[in-house]
Design a protein around this ligand. Structure first.
Ligand SMILES: CC(C)(COP(=O)(O)OP(=O)(O)OC[C@H]1O[C@@H](n2cnc3c(N)ncnc32)[C@H](O)[C@@H]1OP(=O)(O)O)[C@@H](O)C(=O)NCCC(=O)NCCS
Length: 183
């Protein structure tokens, strides 16, 4: 199942971030500008401390994409990277996967991520049946966002993961959307 390198929206473009030094610098810069906020909810942020780490992250994503375990796109606004959407925990036999998303603080509440997810979903539902969103039970932005995008609340997993940031076990809220929910 081929992953397209570019998906066009009305205002934003989703593009695969090829692992070059320039792209790694741009990726690192936007993470660095949002480190404090993103780091609360996205554990990988604390591991990305240099441009070289960002490059390794992009190389790993490229490898996992080639092997069929991941799909990731940068959200670009006028050629500027402002966030990403990704699909992981891809289970081909079940036609199911999980998605993640983040956007730079200065571009929030403008509908860019909703636009990105709508394009991404359309592509994913060509080959998959179930899309899951899993977020920390206190991540209000992500919970409200998932609801706004039409995801159905399935429940809460107690002490589902250990957060180094909070130094405690955390609950996860699970949402899903099925291909048959939308088409
Ligand atoms: C979650 C996140 C991607 C949402 O980004 P965003 O720019 O607000 O998304 P959009 O503008 O496309 O959609 C916003 C919609 O989500 C909902 N929403 C988002 N934040 C909200 C909040 N704090 N309160 C109420 N509703 C909220 C609203 O329905 C909103 O629509 P509205 O602006 O018309 O009211 C962003 O907050 C983020 O990057 N958070 C940090 C990373 C993260 O937590 N990722 C998810 C990990 S599971």
């Amino acid at each position: 199942m081929q992953t397209k390198t570019k998906l066009q929206g009305e205002r934003i473009t989703l593009k695969k971030i090829t692992p070059t030094k320039n792209n790694a610098s741009e990726f690192f810069k936007v993470v660095e500008q949002n480190r404090e906020d993103l780091g609360i909810w996205l554990p990988w942020v604390d591991e990305m401390l240099t441009v070289e780490d960002a490059l390794q992250n992009l190389l790993e994503t490229e490898k996992q994409t080639r092997e069929g375990y991941k799909k990731e796109y940068g959200i670009y606004l006028k050629n500027k990277l402002i966030g990403t959407v990704d699909a992981f925990n891809i289970r081909k036999p079940d036609k199911s996967l999980e998605i993640g998303y983040w956007i730079s603080k200065e571009y929030r509440r403008k509908g860019y991520v909703r636009e990105a997810i709508a394009i991404f979903e359309k592509e994913l539902f060509k080959n998959f049946h179930r899309i899951q969103i899993k977020c920390d039970s206190e991540n209000k932005n992500s919970i409200e966002f998932a609801k706004r995008c039409g995801y159905k609340l399935e429940g809460e997993l107690r002490d589902a993961f250990f957060s180094k940031k909070f130094n405690s076990f955390r609950n996860n809220i699970i949402f899903s959307k099925l291909k048959t929910d939308t088409f």
